[in-house]
Design a protein around this ligand. Structure first.
Ligand SMILES: [Mg+2]
Length: 344
């Protein structure tokens, strides 16, 4: 382990927190969210320099621009909202370590770290943990930190994390980003192959929507198996209960949504019964019965929406919703921008 460790430039930085004297929560208490620098900030120009001119030119460019902060990327409003929730938790529970803990993961060289720290300070972000892997895979660290959610621009890393049982999703550079709440974190989840396993998705892919509805009605009392993002919903629920315990259920700064193509009358019951059996509450459940998700998400204005199907991600993104792709389950075999057949 020491050998592996020495290959990493691995920094624990106390940047902005020093003045406040906050303690770093232990991983088993915190809800750890790891985000890559390429989704927290916009780094397209730098990516281009790297791809077209190579690593030396890229490092030179980064050093020359190290006092220029990066602009906010797709995960930025989400991370800001996590910090707003932390502020509320600290008011209610000054001694508790049950907080969101944000880790910035970057494959970058340590030289680029200076620009990243400058950017974090510029945007008043509270990020103390940095994982600079110098090109190596961060998955081992994500496991060691008991990461509850990993967001990255790199679909291969996301797949690797999912294989290791870490909730993870790929984020893309959006053309437009809808204004989102600064005081309430809103997280929206698809059902099948996100919160739940893809067992029912397989029926849909093989036999179509009508057969799927029928199958789900017949099996409404059989619980669904858990999917890759279930653990993150659970972690959100754990923090929500801390607000409820202080009488802040109606004023809770975390709100969760299920946005599913299932229909309320038939297939929805199985989803709700499964969540209830798991002891998980979802604040709002929207059963769209196969209707497009984009317009509904536009109303919800979530900081992040998780779906396993690329056309839902694209549909959401077109309307300004930040959507993250969970590359899990049967849909990955069918995923294509050109496959326009009405999806579930
Ligand atoms: Mg799905």
């Amino acid at each position: 382990f020491t050998m592996v460790f020495s290959f990493f430039v691995h920094l624990y930085l106390s940047i902005v927190h020093l003045d406040f004297g906050f303690l770093q929560p232990k991983p088993e208490n915190a809800v750890t969210v790891a985000v890559s620098s390429r989704v927290l900030f916009r780094t397209e120009r730098e990516q281009k320099v790297f791809e077209q001119q190579g690593v030396e030119e890229y490092l030179r460019y980064q050093i020359e621009h190290e006092n220029e902060p990066f602009a906010p990327g797709p995960a930025f409003p989400f991370v800001k909202a996590l910090e707003a929730v932390n502020a509320r938790l600290r008011e209610l529970y000054p001694q508790s370590e049950e907080l969101f803990d944000i880790v910035l993961v970057t494959y970058n060289h340590a030289h680029v770290g200076i620009r990243l720290i400058n950017t974090i300070n510029h945007h008043n972000l509270f990020i103390e943990r940095f994982c600079m892997t110098g090109g190596s895979s961060p998955i081992g660290y994500l496991k060691a930190w008991q990461t509850n959610l990993y967001l990255s621009a790199d679909a291969n890393k996301v797949r690797e994390a999912l294989t290791e049982g870490i909730a993870a999703a790929t984020m893309f550079m959006p053309e437009k980003m809808t204004e989102v709440s600064e005081s309430q974190l809103r997280v929206a989840f698809d059902g099948d192959a996100v919160l739940f396993s893809d067992e029912s998705e397989r029926i849909f892919k093989a036999h179509g929507l009508d057969k799927f509805f029928e199958h789900e009605k017949e099996n409404e009392d059989r619980l669904l198996d858990h999917g890759p993002l279930k653990g993150f919903l659970e972690a959100l629920g754990k923090l929500q209960k801390k607000f409820y315990a202080k009488g802040q259920r109606l004023d809770c700064p975390i709100r969760t949504y299920l946005v599913t193509a299932r229909s309320a009358a038939s297939s929805g019951i199985r989803a709700l019964k499964t969540l209830r059996a798991w002891g998980l509450e979802i604040d709002e459940a929207l059963f769209l019965a196969g209707a497009p998700k984009g317009p509904m998400l536009e109303k919800i204005r979530p900081h992040i929406y998780f779906d396993d199907q690329m056309f839902h991600i694209e549909g959401a993104a077109e309307m300004g919703t930040i959507a993250a792709h969970v590359p899990y389950g049967i849909a990955q075999k069918h995923n294509s921008k050109h496959n326009t057949s009405a999806g579930k």
